[in-house]
Write a new protein. Structure first.
Length: 42
């Protein structure tokens, strides 16, 4: 049970860290892509 909890916590921490890391690195490019996509869809 402890191993499952530790694994879940590790995955959650890594996922959050990766999410914010990618946002910080590609903030401008991500913003441009999302705005371009929303314009195309509309």
């Amino acid at each position: 049970m402890k191993a499952m909890l530790m694994g879940f916590v590790a995955v959650a921490v890594i996922g959050v860290a990766a999410h914010y890391g990618l946002e910080a690195l590609g903030d401008t490019t991500a913003a441009r892509q999302t705005t371009g996509e929303s314009v195309r869809l509309d």
